[in-house]
Every structure is written in structure tokens, then in C-alpha cells.
Ligand binder design. Structure first.
Ligand SMILES: Nc1ncnc2c1ncn2[C@@H]1O[C@H](COP(=O)(O)OP(=O)(O)OP(=O)(O)O)[C@@H](O)[C@H]1O
Ligand SMILES: [Mg+2]
Length: 363
């Protein structure tokens, strides 16, 4: 390898997400001496997006020989805003969050958060981040206020400060009325808010939320979204996981779609929707069970395969031709004596994107 090839190798390896250590190891293995490549490696790998608050490089996590939960994942998160990791059950979301928040070590690859390596600098990093679920062990027999004060004291901020911070958070999370009731009287949504408050005691720079609204009713979900928006306004960087496309659509500035341990798409909600291209035709069948049949009948009019939901009697299909396709589809269904209650042409949703990318629905 010439000097020029060496430079190209380092640049490419870095672009592919190989860490410093991996590049050095592979060059050493190939017979290069450290002093030959140290300058090149330093120079070429330096610009690791200086404004990245979270950097995940070529991360793999194997739980055992059979289970590879994550397989070569790389991405960066800028300071501020909400980033969503979107994926179905078992995609690897929780595994990733646990690694980013120091609770689990990657099998290979490297993660830094706020400049700290999640393995090497785990201790220092922990005071910079908040993680919900961390205090799922909140005490049922204590009140909301007592729980928050205890968490504060665990962080050595002292009784007086802990008390003040607890009051502030109870107010912010609309829990003042329930503050002096024991947790066992709280609803699911109230618990979730208290858990979130507990993770904010120390004003973390980065907040990790693993499926913050799963299991909540629509009203509580909406309330929690607003809480998250407020946190972002105050400058917190939020990384959340979700199975709800709507949640990512509502909250996230950047979305990474994960499936089977890999990132399969990324972008803003709009960018992802554009990937589907054109519009989506949505047909509601009078007889729900006929959805599958209807999908086959209209298949040739689509720009991609239709999908049929027989439980709800809905057929969806990406189309390119706009309104003219709609007319043809209605004629065709009519000729086949397939009755419909409604037909609409709409912009693609993130659901459609997920379907297009993975061939299956999210969730
Ligand atoms: N402790 C563990 N030991 C072995 N396998 C595990 C362990 N934890 C998770 N896994 C496996 O790793 C894969 C990813 O799991 P993970 O919990 O990260 O997914 P997820 O995206 O958070 O899913 P969900 O939406 O259900 O929470 C799954 O196949 C899961 O069965
Ligand atoms: Mg999970």
C-alpha cells in the first residue's frame, strides 16, 4: 500500500463507521508501523462530527452466539431537539438505549455521549444523562414528593436542594395535587410523569426515554408529548424509542428506523414520507373480510404492492397517477362487485414508510 492508498484506506474505513481502535488494529495486523500511520489516522478521523452530542460508531451487540441484537449500527445525534429510534418489537431499541446510557457494553464499536466514552468514562457520563425506567423501583409506599426528594439525596445534592428541586418538578409535571399521596394511588400516566421527573432531578444534558408513552391512554400520551416538548425548549436533548409512527412524526426532528438490529432508513418525517413517493390510496371495504381479495384485484394500479388489513377492512396502496388512478380503481372494484364505504387519496404516513421499507407493519 502506498502512502496515498493508506490515506484512502483510513478515510474509507472511518466513513464506514470503523472506530479509531479498529482502524489501528487492522493496519497493525497488515504490517504497518504505528509511526507510519499515526498522523494520517489522527488527521482523517478527527472531524468526527464535532457537533455530535451522541456518536454511535459501528456498534454490534451479541447477547450470546445466537442473539445479535444490534449489527453494525452507526449514527450521530446533534445537540438539542428530539431524535427517535423507531422500530417494532425486538428491533434492538432498548439494547441501544441501555448501551448509550452505560448500563450495557457494546460487543464491538464505540459510543460517546457528551464527549464521554460509554464504557471508559461511564461514571462521569452518568451525571450528564437522565434515563427513565431507572427509578422504576420508586417506592410505592412513599409519596410522589418523598420519592423525588430521595432520588435527589441519592445524588448527594443535600436535603434542602433536593426538596426545592422536587417541588419545582412536581409543579412542572402537573403533579402538585397528587404530590403528597402515596404512589400506589397513582394512575399509569401519573407514574410515568413521576418517573420522568425523577430522571430530571440533576438537569441532565441528554435524556433517554425508552418507549415513554407505551400503554398510556391518548390523553396521557398527549400530555407527555407536551412535557417532552417543554424539556426540549429548555435545551435538553432527548433521544426516545417508540413503536408509534405517529409519536415519531409528532415529536422527532430526526428519525432512525431500526429493524432486526440495523438502521434501515433515516431522515425527518417528511423525508421518510417522500421515500414512499406519490400518494397512498386508502380503501375502506364494506365487508372487511374482502380486503385481501380487493387488494389483489387492484394490485396492477399501484406503484408498489398493496397491503390488506382484514380486521379493519382497509386496503392501502402507494400510487403514482393521482386522481385518475382513483377513478380506475373504483371502476375495477365495481366490476368485481366489491362494495366500498370510502376511498381516499392521501399523503403517505410513517406507517406506509415502514411498510414499504420492511414489508411488515410496525408494532
Ligand atoms: N438479556 C438478553 N439476553 C438475550 N437476548 C436478549 C436480551 N435482551 C434482549 N434480547 C434480544 O435482543 C433483541 C433486541 O431486543 P430489544 O429489547 O433491544 O428490542 P426492542 O426494540 O427494545 O423491543 P421492544 O419494542 O419489544 O421493547 C431481541 O431479539 C431480544 O430477544
Ligand atoms: Mg424495548
Amino acid at each position: 500500500m502506498s502512502q496515498h492508498q493508506l490515506e484512502k484506506y483510513v478515510t474509507d474505513a472511518h466513513a464506514q463507521g470503523m472506530s479509531h481502535e479498529e482502524i489501528v488494529a487492522s493496519l497493525t495486523k497488515a504490517g504497518w508501523r504505528l509511526h507510519d500511520f499515526v498522523d494520517i489516522v489522527l488527521e482523517r478521523t478527527q472531524p468526527e462530527s464535532a457537533d455530535a452530542l451522541i456518536s454511535v460508531r459501528n456498534v454490534t451487540k451479541k447477547y450470546n452466539e445466537k442473539v445479535t441484537a444490534l449489527n453494525g449500527v452507526s449514527f450521530s445525534v446533534k445537540k438539542g431537539g428530539v431524535t427517535a429510534l423507531l422500530g417494532p418489537n425486538g428491533a434492538g431499541k432498548t439494547t441501544l438505549v441501555r448501551m448509550m446510557s452505560t448500563l450495557l457494553s457494546p460487543t464491538s464499536g464505540r459510543i460517546t455521549v457528551a464527549g464521554y466514552d460509554v464504557v471508559r468514562d461511564a461514571k462521569k457520563l452518568r451525571s450528564e444523562i437522565g434515563l427513565t425506567g431507572q427509578y422504576a423501583a420508586v417506592d410505592d409506599m412513599l409519596t410522589g414528593r418523598e420519592n423525588l426528594e430521595m432520588v435527589g439525596r441519592l445524588y448527594h445534592i443535600g436535603k434542602t436542594k433536593a426538596r426545592a428541586r422536587a417541588s419545582e418538578l412536581l409543579k412542572q409535571f402537573d403533579l402538585e395535587d397528587a404530590a403528597d399521596r402515596t404512589l400506589k394511588t397513582y394512575s399509569g400516566g401519573m407514574r410515568r410523569r413521576l418517573d420522568l421527573a425523577a430522571s430530571l432531578i440533576m438537569h441532565p444534558k441528554v435524556l433517554f426515554l425508552d418507549e415513554p408513552t407505551t400503554g398510556l391512554d391518548p390523553r396521557s400520551r398527549f400530555a407527555l408529548w407536551n412535557v417532552i416538548r417543554d424539556l426540549v425548549k429548555e435545551g435538553t436533548t432527548v433521544l426516545l424509542t417508540t413503536q408509534y409512527l405517529e409519536e415519531a412524526d409528532q415529536l422527532a426532528d430526526a428519525i432512525f428506523v431500526i429493524d432486526h438490529g440495523r438502521i434501515i432508513a433515516q431522515g425527518t418525517a417528511d423525508e421518510l414520507k417522500t421515500q414512499v413517493g406519490g400518494d397512498v390510496l386508502e380503501i375502506h371495504m364494506t365487508e372487511h373480510a374482502k380486503a385481501g381479495h380487493a387488494a389483489e384485484v387492484i394490485r396492477s394500479f399501484g406503484s408498489a404492492s398493496p397491503s390488506a388489513d382484514e380486521n379493519h377492512g382497509i386496503v392501502t396502496m402507494p400510487v403514482a397517477g393521482g386522481a385518475s388512478v382513483l377513478v380506475e380503481v373504483v371502476r375495477k372494484l365495481d366490476a368485481e362487485k366489491l362494495a366500498i364505504t370510502n376511498i381516499v387519496l392521501r399523503r403517505p404516513s410513517l406507517d406506509d414508510v415502514f411498510m414499504k421499507l420492511t414489508g411488515h407493519t410496525a408494532g
